[in-house]
Design a protein around this ligand. Structure first.
Ligand SMILES: [Zn+2]
Length: 483
């Protein structure tokens, strides 16, 4: 959960495109041919503009203006070399440890701090930004959207109304899948080609971008479980590495496409100190307690429950996934007003309501019943005032199962409290540290000399874009992780 983000409501940005629903003839910017499209350029821009705040709410923006400006400047220089230089591009650095980069229609491009930590040169960053600009230029997501329109895929308003009461997986799926459409293999290849072209034109060595596919491949093998979408939506990184390498060579043979040989250390210096992995200041669980050091609150987490912490919401699901507790920040000025707003929602019946206090904080406790397509849902809600925020807890399950969970709901929400423990308040994230090698050897021996623990060795090899057995020379720069 993040301080600056409040509740996300899924406002169907697609409606802009759907209700407009006008077909128009547009230009294929890469080939210059006229093509049939349901979405005009102004609609593309409107879609991006509408969805961008949702992306920001979902991930949060990484708090380092210099680094963000660096990414944005590089992105804008690349965009000027693209086939659609007239678009207004927005580049954002997202506060997520996941290795990811993506684009929205109309010129919105995103990279995560996680992917920046995994780049080893500015050439890699330029190649990936160029690739995402390629998706925008070739109107890939706009194209996907018009295809969905043609297929007549209705996007029910139910999604919007039931946002508050959907288990997390579905909720995330609903919002993010709509935003981050999957591209076809052909579209990925086209973007690879455009990424090579734009970054080469600017003097970057696109062979480094090919090398980054090796990093993606190693990451996929290492993590196994949850493939970041940058990888899962893309074709096999191995194939792409070979192809991009070839394209890069061809691009460089053309006149004026000479790589600048950008100093690798220059890039590493910029990411030195970047937050690495999850940031505990935005919430973490320890010994069945959720702590939020930045916002100074805590509450107990039932043993075995699944906890998901996003910038806008903390979600907990029972092991059988039949009950959910969610915590968000309210928008109203008081618990009473927040509760009023909640019960004003459609189809909500109030069973009980009382003003009270929770650990000294002013609160309203509400029990309601909601008619849903899956049956009656019983909800226990706590609206708690702490500092300048109203914390909103909803615990819910189907009405017939509610009795089995109500005690758990009460103990979690009633256990909400301020944090006073200094150890919690001073909790710090891990950070990437760039260090000069004093005695060369294998990457493994160098990392060990730098005090990297055994368990982190293979992960850091990937971060460095190398194998543990690769040689590292005295005087070279290596990434480690520290506080
Ligand atoms: Zn792509």
């Amino acid at each position: 959960m993040k301080k600056k983000n409040i509740r996300v409501t899924l406002i169907g940005f697609l409606l802009v495109g759907l209700l407009g629903s006008m077909s128009s003839c547009t230009t294929d910017y890469v080939t210059g041919r006229k093509t049939f499209s349901l979405i005009s350029e102004s609609q593309e821009v409107a879609m991006g503009k509408e969805a961008d705040p949702q992306i920001v709410a979902e991930y949060g923006v990484y708090d380092d203006p210099d680094l963000a400006a660096y990414v944005s400047n590089l992105g804008k220089q690349l965009a000027e070399k693209s086939h659609r230089p007239q678009l207004e591009y927005t580049f954002r650095l997202l506060d997520s440890p996941v290795v990811n980069a993506f684009a929205l229609p109309g010129g919105y491009v995103y990279v995560t701090r996680g992917i920046l930590a995994h780049f080893n040169s500015e050439d890699e960053l330029a190649g990936v930004l160029g690739h995402e600009i390629g998706h925008v230029v070739a109107r890939h997501s706009a194209e996907q959207l018009s295809r969905q329109q043609l297929a007549g895929l209705g996007l029910g308003l139910g999604v919007v109304l039931w946002e508050d009461f959907r288990p997390y997986a579905e909720m995330a799926g609903a919002s993010l899948n709509l935003l981050l459409l999957k591209y076809s293999r052909g579209q990925e290849s086209e973007s690879d080609m455009l990424g090579v072209e734009y970054s080469s034109k600017l003097g970057y060595d696109a062979r480094d971008m090919a090398g980054f596919f090796g990093t993606l491949k190693a990451l996929g093998a290492e993590s196994g479980q949850s493939l970041p979408s940058f990888m899962s939506t893309h074709p096999d990184p191995g194939d792409r590495e070979v192809r991009v390498n070839r394209l890069a060579g061809e691009a460089q043979q053309k006149a004026g496409y000479k790589p600048l040989n950008v100093d690798r250390y220059e890039y590493l210096r910029r990411i030195d100190g970047i937050v690495y992995g999850d940031d505990p200041r935005q919430g973490y669980v320890e010994n069945n307690v959720f702590y939020h050091p930045e916002m100074r609150f805590q509450f107990p987490v039932p043993a075995d429950w699944i906890v998901m912490n996003t910038p806008s919401t903390v979600l907990m699901a029972s092991p059988d996934k039949k009950a959910v507790i969610q915590l968000t920040l309210g928008k109203a000025d008081s618990p009473a007003l927040e509760a009023d707003e909640f019960v004003a929602g459609e189809g909500i019946t109030v069973i009980a309501r009382r003003n009270t206090s929770v650990r000294g904080f002013t609160a309203v406790i509400l029990e309601t019943q909601i008619a849903s397509q899956d049956g009656l849902i019983r909800v226990l809600s706590y609206f708690i005032q702490k500092d300048n925020h109203v914390y909103v807890f909803h615990g819910y399950s189907l009405t017939e199962q509610f009795a089995g969970y109500s005690q758990t709901f009460v103990s979690v929400m009633g256990g909400f409290d301020k944090v006073t423990d200094q150890t919690v308040l001073n909790k710090q994230p891990s950070r990437l540290r760039v260090r000069k090698v004093t005695t060369g050897g294998s990457l493994e021996s160098v990392l060990r000399q730098m005090g990297v623990p055994e368990a982190k060795l293979s992960e850091l090899a990937i971060v460095n874009g190398k194998k543990l057995s690769d040689p590292v020379k005295t005087g070279e720069w290596v990434k480690t992780v520290g506080n």
